[in-house]
Design a binder for this molecule. Sequence first.
Ligand SMILES: Cc1ncc(COP(=O)(O)O)c(C=O)c1O
Length: 408
Amino acid sequence: MSKELLQKKYDEFKTKGLALDMTRGKPCPEQLSLANGMLETVGADSFKTDSGLDCRNYGGVDGLPESKKLFSEFLEVGVDEIIIGGTSSLNMMYDTIARALLLGVLGGKPWSKVEGVKFLCPAPGYDRHFSICEHFGIEMIAIKMNSDGPDMDEVERLVAEDSTIKGIWCVPKYGNPTGITYSDEVVERFAKMKCAASDFRIFWDNAYAVHHLSDNKDKLKNILAACKDAGNEDRVYIFGSTSKVSFAGAGVGMMGASKSNVENLVKSISMQTIGPDKLNQLRHLRFFKDMAGIEAHMKRHAEIIKPKFDAVLEILESELGGKGIATWTNPNGGYFISLDVPNGCAKKVVTMAADAGVKLTAAGATFPYKKDLSDSNIRIAPTLPSLDEIKTAMEIVCTCILLADIEN
Ligand SMILES: Cc1ncc(COP(=O)(O)O)c(C=O)c1O
């Protein structure tokens, strides 16, 4: 299509006064409604666990034993390798960093006392991980993402030579925003690599552990087991939640780690709280019952969101396929599609789309310090808008990409 025709198409979109939001990976109302039944499971005469524990009262700082059993299967760790938290895993990540800065990990020097403390940040990645580092003044080093995980040559080189590098952020399954799952080799290299810092920690944010889009499921190698095999069992903190299983921000947050890490963390968490919301844990137990219940529930999620992912991919293919302008991921799960447009065009495309009524995640947001040096990456979050809205939004985004490419 000529520039004039594309411009005409774009101008027509602008006159429609659209207000479509594809900024954040939020579940849509239909997905949230799938778990409404949970709200009926606990009431004035049903607040005790099967073993008779009164969930209305204080206690159980690391979670109900029944929750620990269910969610240890969810995180693929042992029942003594899990802490059930409040309603958000991001909150647990923030606290874990804050605690490490103030108190150190497992008897090590507090990270705040280390001159120039740094984190590795595979990018594009989850913007809120990077915001936590920025907030606490932890220097971030961007690591290139390959199709099977972070560039491990670079990760291994850096952690081996610099003891001020204390951690790395990972979204290992159906990553935010790439949608990719780390290969077995990447997981093994993480477990085995030599770290100059004995208190180095992998922040393994398995936020999309059960979020498959179809029966074609990615399998992620168990990092804690791999770390144990390599004699580095204290190296990893695993995080997860049911935010995108039950209710976003009102689900169950959890954390898995070696027994020593868990004991050490629970001591500190006991100073912070007398116990988490066990009524919410009970609601989750009663509603899902077991892992099979969670898996069946996630199939119903997939039925709602898979057509939205398919629509994004179909429009990208029909508008941009074979033109050599853009590339995108085709994930088997998670909440995002990562789109790469010509270098120097991402900001422009996001601004043009916004002017035509489509809000996208800010260009650069998925990089440390919000700096995408090639200005090429755009995160597409298809879950929240309706199918019709997605189709319109993607038509507009593709028109913007074609125009930006010509103007570039
Ligand atoms: C990778 C990742 N981790 C964590 C979260 C937030 O999890 P929670 O609601 O459990 O705090 C999100 C939400 O988008 C996410 O994408």
